[in-house]
Ligand binder design. Structure first.
Ligand SMILES: Cc1ncc(COP(=O)(O)O)c(C=O)c1O
Length: 400
């Protein structure tokens, strides 16, 4: 969209079709065009967007087939009844795969909720911050501070560590001991907008809650250290429209029991995420991505993600034109944020990258610069192509 504006491309006009009217052909149906696209063996553009993000091609292909007909049911996946047997199987396989990938046992419940990350910012304190208690939030970036802002509607919020004064370019360090009587301690494991990521987690006597929206399933960690994990789907799990919540059953017992069902973790768990009509297609996209991740294994994905990030940071650290503001220990393997030393050249590079088939690399509107998201579906070869384009641009720009 931006590119069009910059290159002053004239908007296309729709003209009235001339000649006689013909019955529609396959070409007339957008869905057939989608199918044609998905059956190509690669995507037409490299998409490094922060979410909605790239899906593995195998997943997109399967989704497009299932839009036409889901497993000889005679129905599209888009019309599958949510209380029927077929969707029941989708849900239970997805739940089982989540626990398998996280190596969690039956002490945990998996929930699929709507309303995205922001809804969890509210639902979490609604459920767990009651009876006059306080909760702690580590303030490591935009989304962490949004979570704090939402939680303040429900109780007293303590902030044991913040890197706001460092403009969130590095991770905050917790100096205080975490009190045992806090309802929970909240951490955002990966800060999507600033490109920082926690590689160690705090020891907390209070239940540890994590927003893992932008690094879920990207690495092997000890998930059982957490009492509640939530993650929006649109980065590493599937498409937008659903948020995964993994919660310890013992914590559920402490959750408020006076909330409307749709906002209540307890009710969601009791009804197996079927309090209302769930986003069937979005959950199905998660199942396909979970199967794909399971076939790779988290250890392999972890190694691949480290290699992709290492390639990007090595390039940036040597570059004459680009610079990464995040110090080594705080760097994210999922979102690599950087700027141009000459900020005025930012637009030139965005145009140059777009003409080379690369999109989704603009930094967040609040920070400017660039952000390259290296979620699981991005391959090492994608990153090699991007760094090659950056290198070419550097040569051209230096010769001006
Ligand atoms: C870490 C994190 N948490 C929460 C959100 C907000 O998610 P949503 O847009 O679904 O509200 C985002 C969005 O990018 C995010 O990166």
């Amino acid at each position: 969209m931006d590119t069009c504006r910059r290159t002053n491309e004239r908007p296309r006009r729709f003209s009235k079709p001339s000649g006689s009217l013909h019955p529609p052909t396959h070409e007339s149906f957008p869905i057939i065009k989608v199918l044609t696209f998905a059956y190509k063996n690669k995507y037409a553009m490299l998409n490094f967007g922060a979410g909605p993000a790239r899906l593995p091609l195998e997943v997109t292909r399967q989704l497009s087939q299932d839009i036409i007909e889901y497993q000889q049911t005679g129905l599209s996946i888009l019309e599958l009844p949510h209380r029927g047997e077929a969707f029941g199987k989708i849900l239970s396989e997805a739940n089982a795969l989540v626990k398998k990938l996280m190596q969690l046992n039956d002490d945990y419940e998996v929930l699929w909720m709507q309303g995205g990350g922001r809804m969890q910012f509210a639902v979490l304190p609604m459920n767990l911050l009651h009876s006059g208690r306080s909760a702690g939030y580590i303030d490591s970036g935009h989304w962490a501070s949004e979570a704090i802002r939402y939680a303040r509607h429900y109780g007293t919020i303590m902030v044991p560590a913040s890197s706001r004064e460092q403009h969130y370019h590095s991770l905050p360090v917790i100096h205080e001991a975490i009190p045992e009587d806090w309802a929970y301690l909240h951490i955002t494991t990966n800060n999507t907008i600033y490109g920082t990521q926690f590689h160690d987690f705090p020891n907390s006597p209070a239940p540890l809650v994590a927003d893992m929206s932008s690094d879920i399933f990207s690495r092997r960690i000890n998930f059982s250290r957490f009492d509640l994990i939530y993650a929006v789907a649109q980065k590493n799990i599937g498409i937008a429209g659903v948020t995964m919540v993994v919660v310890k059953k013992s914590l559920l017992q402490q959750a408020a029991d006076n909330l409307p069902g749709i906002l209540s973790y307890r009710e969601m768990a009791a009804k197996n995420s079927l309090v209302n009509t769930p986003p069937v297609f979005a959950i199905y996209s998660c199942l396909l991505t979970l199967r794909w991740m399971d076939s790779m294994g988290l250890d392999k994905l972890d190694q691949l993600n480290r290699n992709k990030a290492a390639l990007m940071y090595a390039f940036l650290d040597e570059s004459n034109l680009f610079k990464c503001l995040v110090p080594t220990g705080s760097r994210s393997n999922m979102n690599v944020c950087f700027q141009m030393k000459d900020e005025q050249a930012t637009g030139y590079f965005l145009d140059y990258a777009a003409s080379a088939g690369i999109q989704g690399i603009s930094g967040h509107r609040s920070t400017g610069g660039f952000r390259v998201s290296l979620y699981n579906a991005i391959t090492l070869s994608d990153v090699e192509q991007l760094t090659a384009v950056m290198r070419q641009f550097e040569k051209k720009y230096d010769k001006r």
